[in-house]
Write a protein that binds this ligand. Structure first.
Ligand code: MRU
Length: 352
């Protein structure tokens, strides 16, 4: 793949979806074809497609793929079967609220459409495409607003990010990496530090790959090096993505985000969360009840075919943690940089 090629992880192609196989990056840039909702659910579970907004887009197409297979022209029967497809897709990953948001929007579209079953199916495809296109625009707006939120310094900025909240994790462009991308295109960025992000290494594998595509200078560090880098004054700002933000601003994101926020606070480095409004779960007053996905322990004890630990060891593998709102300088959304305590005012702007 040549440099500066735009990255779209979820593509509607004639009658099926093409997903970049994110488990094969950075060594192979390949696509997986998805033509039924069961395969889409499996692709989300196995993280062929991952990142909160991207799995929302993928689930929306999954809803359409499932809908088109329903063999009935009776509206009630169609809606009952569509609910079953929605439930199957909901069971894929628990933390990223964009998944549930996109499924709810697709269901609501179906219920509100008064046409024939064939017409509902067609509207569902249009809605999935709209969710995809809107996310791209939203990320670009987040990038623009990020430029205003970033600190003004006499030098170009160095931004630290965690996991991958880039084009691969969205419809394209990215949230946290969207801010980075905008800063780079605006000539305000010197380089990115990417936490490798154990255990699945989305930072080392995906964020660094995206930066290379765009020509953005990137330094990969192990997660345990962030405090040292901040103490040395190497980092001007931290920008991360989010999987679910509670109404009070508490933010679930990839495991390790919370410790990064604590370290940033200790070193007076601004800590930004970049996310679309669709990532805010206004139903949850605080982050205490955000469901945290636990993944297979092999992610910790095995790299390729190499075992890292002796037999007889136990593991705990939460995929996300919750950063308390008071550690977050602002949430950069498509409506601008918002103090966590002000998020509730934007509830009416969330498209549901
Ligand atoms: O487990 P993943 O790779 O899906 O986790 C991704 C993250 O935690 C991202 O930071 C988050 O989804 C934001 S993506 C714009």
């Amino acid at each position: 793949m040549s440099t500066k090629t735009q990255v779209f992880p979820v593509i509607w192609n004639q009658d099926r979806v093409l997903l970049i196989d994110q488990n094969r990056l950075p060594t192979e840039y390949t696509f997986v074809e998805i033509s039924c909702c069961e395969d889409m659910a499996q692709a989300i579970k196995t993280m062929i497609v991952r990142g909160a907004p991207a799995i929302g887009v993928a689930a929306a197409y999954g809803m359409y793929l499932g809908a088109r297979e329903i063999q009935t022209d009776k509206r009630e029967e169609f809606l009952t079967k569509l609910e079953q497809i929605a439930e199957m897709l909901r069971q894929t990953r628990p933390t990223a609220v964009n998944l549930f948001w996109a499924i709810a929007r697709m269901l609501r579209t179906a219920y509100e459409s008064l046409g024939t079953v064939e017409e509902i199916k067609s509207i569902l495809l249009t809605t999935a495409k709209a969710i995809n296109a809107e996310d791209l625009q939203t990320c670009q707006a987040i990038g623009d607003h990020g430029l205003k939120a970033l600190p003004s310094k006499p030098h170009k900025l160095v931004i630290l990010t965690h996991c991958n909240a880039g084009a691969l994790a969205t419809a394209g462009y990215g949230t946290a990496l969207g801010v980075v991308r905008s800063a780079w295109r605006d000539g305000r960025l010197e380089r990115v530090y990417a936490d490798e992000t154990r255990p699945r290494l989305q930072g080392a594998k995906l964020t660094s790959w995206e930066c290379v595509q765009e020509g953005i200078p990137v330094t990969v560090i192990t997660d345990s090096m962030a405090a040292h880098c901040m103490k040395q004054g190497l980092i001007d700002a931290v920008v991360v993505g989010a999987d679910r933000i509670a109404a009070n601003g508490d933010t679930a994101n990839k495991i390790g985000t919370y410790s990064l926020a604590l370290v940033a606070k200790a070193h007076n480095v601004p800590f930004f969360v970049a996310a679309p409004l669709s990532t805010i779960d206004f139903e949850l007053p605080s982050g205490n009840k955000i469901p945290i996905e636990e993944r297979d322990s092999s992610e910790i004890y095995q790299v390729g075919n190499t075992l890292l630990t002796p037999a007889g060891v136990e593991f705990y593998n939460p995929a996300f943690d919750v950063t308390p709102a008071e550690l977050i300088s602002a949430v950069i959304t498509e409506y601008g940089a918002i103090a966590p305590s002000e998020l509730k005012q934007f509830q009416t702007k969330q498209m549901v």
